[in-house]
Design a protein. Structure first.
Length: 287
């Protein structure tokens, strides 16, 4: 338990309130890049960082996280497709759309819909997909949408309350809000914390790096969307394709093979126990 010293934030480490619910947070532990806190109420974990540390320039997609962006999560895309309303002419926006993989997939399946993607990096418009380059929190998108989707974005945002309110405000009454992020209550995260306490910090340092500011548990993500008035219709935990996972490589092919085999096993067990390392929540704006 040394890693989870229940020191309420407000000591020499600085005053900290939960970024999700505003309740007091205690000092969870140290990371080489940041300090981590845990909420006493909603279980949310977050870093002592007030703004993103990454610039999201082309190197973000082409070098630092190349595996992720080269391997779209088609299984998740299909699950999202199956939840969409069947009426024609849906207006769908993808917030933090990256390279536009989700939008292109949905366009191929729902050519009757209208699509917008917004990201800090540029994309080229297609026949049915319009892209905006800019900050979602300050860019005027002009209209409200029937479906507001944000995948693997909210964990990078310092002010998650403002971000989620903006998602909700952009959604038409009766429309859908779909958010995918990490699952810090997963088997993978729990194993990383235990290995850290045992003196093997490599997984912990990778998962809790300053690349992510917020590490949502299933409980804290639900708390966030419910407190802004969204109705949760369903939620699920799942994994990314194994080829998309940035597994640390060494000079040993044997060690690399062992790491990949271990990750495959953890992902499989996470699926079996409903504690996979990603989570998606499907919500409805009722008012």
């Amino acid at each position: 338990m040394s890693m989870y010293r229940r020191t309420i934030a407000g000591s020499a480490e600085g005053h900290r309130r939960c970024t999700v619910c505003g309740e007091p947070a205690y000092l969870m532990g140290k990371h080489p890049e940041t300090t981590l806190y845990r909420c006493t109420s909603c279980s949310h974990c977050f870093s002592a960082i007030d703004k993103p540390v990454e610039t999201y320039d082309p190197s973000y997609y082409e070098a630092a996280h190349r595996r992720w962006f080269e391997t779209p999560n088609i299984a998740l895309f299909e699950r999202i497709l199956n939840t969409l309303d069947h009426r024609s002419g849906l207006r769908i926006v993808d917030v933090g759309c990256g390279r536009g993989h989700l939008l292109r997939y949905l366009e191929s399946k729902r050519p009757d819909a209208h699509f917008l993607g917004i990201d800090l990096s540029p994309n080229e418009d297609t026949k049915r997909i319009r892209y905006l380059q800019g900050d979602f929190l300050t860019t005027d998108l002009g209209i409200n949408y029937d479906v507001v989707i944000s995948l693997a974005t909210i964990e990078h945002v310092a002010d998650v309350q403002n971000f989620s309110r903006r998602l909700t405000g952009l959604c038409q009454p009766g429309g859908q809000v779909i958010i995918m992020t990490v699952n810090e209550s997963s088997l993978l995260y729990g194993l990383a914390r235990n290995l850290k306490m045992a003196g093997f910090p490599i997984a912990f340092d990778r998962l809790y790096s300053a690349h992510h500011i917020n590490h949502f548990t299933v409980k804290s993500l639900r708390r966030l969307v419910e407190q802004i008035g969204l109705e949760v219709e369903r939620s699920c935990t799942h994994n990314a394709p194994i080829a998309a996972i940035d597994i640390p490589l060494t000079n040993s092919s044997m060690i690399n093979g062992g790491l990949r085999a271990a990750m495959l096993g953890i992902c499989a067990l996470g699926n079996l126990t409903s504690s996979a390392y990603l989570q998606t929540i499907f919500c409805r704006r009722t008012t």
